[in-house]
Design a protein around this ligand. Structure first.
Ligand code: GTP
Ligand code: MG
Length: 290
């Protein structure tokens, strides 16, 4: 499927971890990708690191600038006229992270109360939640907690990463912005979200923000997959007891040795091994139970 797609745009290639906006409320402040992620990508363990897509939902009060933020990044456009999103809109953005193709599905949801019901049906299965507020509107910051609570009803809180984004920074004089930032960082810390402030009008921090979203989402999804398969790393020899027929524990200790492969061809593995990842290696002589 990949070969039919055009190559990823040169300005969507991420080779290094982009830095956070504010160290005080960053998801993490490491200067580079997790070493296990870098290693997996370098070795091109395709069983683990294949073509990946992550779903990102963007929520927040009406007119805070969700659509403008996505349009600035995906289309490099800005519309000063407000057109309410009805239900949801969707954009797909392709990246290459550490040499691995990676896409973000960006779900732009409606902030208007009357469309909320439709929009919330699209919340499920998100890898990241982006909660947007307007840095010139204190109420929109206060409402972010409710937006988060609603989005988390449809998602597993331990499996999503969160971003709190202050929009329309261009409209905020710096003294006023500083006051707002203090409160926003407090909320972000409470939520365990990473804080950003952007302007879709000028483009300030928009690209940096989405690169950070892509990088951290990619990193966490690779880490999750590595963790899942850590017991069965490729090349690992796995020993399994396999009682056969009339099994007598004092005499017949049949062992099967399996080696994890990328292709996973061969006979069906024992039930507790993930299908398609193990290959029968051979049968050892019966040996005493130890
Ligand atoms: N000055 C300025 N105006 C902005 C910025 N972002 C958005 N706006 C304006 O704010 C208004 C609302 O923007 P939208 O992006 O449509 O808001 P939304 O959050 O998608 O609203 P809903 O779809 O109703 O939930 C529009 O008039 C935009 O032009 C910004 O960064 N700076
Ligand atoms: Mg919108």
């Amino acid at each position: 499927m990949m070969s039919m797609l055009a190559p990823v745009r040169r300005d969507r290639i991420i080779a290094e971890l982009p830095q956070c906006f504010h160290k005080e409320s960053a998801l993490h402040s490491r200067s580079s990708f997790h070493p296990q992620v870098t290693g997996a990508c370098q070795e091109q363990r395709t069983g683990t690191v294949g073509f990946k897509i992550s779903k990102i939902i963007v929520v927040g009060d009406l007119s805070v600038g969700k659509t403008c933020l996505i349009n600035r990044f995906c289309k490099d456009t800005f519309d000063k006229n407000y057109k309410a999103t009805i239900g949801v809109d969707f954009e797909m953005e392709r990246f290459e992270v550490l040499g691995v193709p990676f896409s973000l599905q960006l779900w732009d949801t409606a902030g208007q109360e009357r469309f909320k019901c439709i929009a919330s049906t699209y919340y499920r299965g998100a890898q990241a939640i982006v909660i947007v507020f307007d840095v010139n509107d204190v109420a929109s910051l206060a409402h972010t907690r409710q937006w988060l609570a609603d989005a988390l009803k449809e998602n597993d809180p331990s499996n999503v990463i969160l971003f709190l984004v202050g929009s329309k920074k261009d409209l905020s004089p710096s003294a006023q912005y500083s006051l707002m930032e203090r409160d926003a960082i407090k909320v972000a810390k409470e939520m365990q979200a990473e804080y950003w402030a952007v302007s879709s009008l000028t483009g300030e921090n928009v690209r940096e923000f989405f690169f950070r979203v892509a990088s951290l989402t990619f990193e966490s999804s690779v880490l999750a997959e590595l963790e899942k398969s850590s017991a069965r790393k490729i090349g690992d020899v796995v020993r399994e007891y396999l009682p056969r027929g009339r099994w007598d524990p004092s005499q017949h200790h049949h062992w099967l040795r399996w080696v994890t492969t990328e292709q996973g061809r061969g006979r069906a593995p024992p039930p507790r091994c993930p299908r398609g990842t193990l290959r029968l290696w051979g049968r050892e002589q019966p040996r005493p139970l130890c």
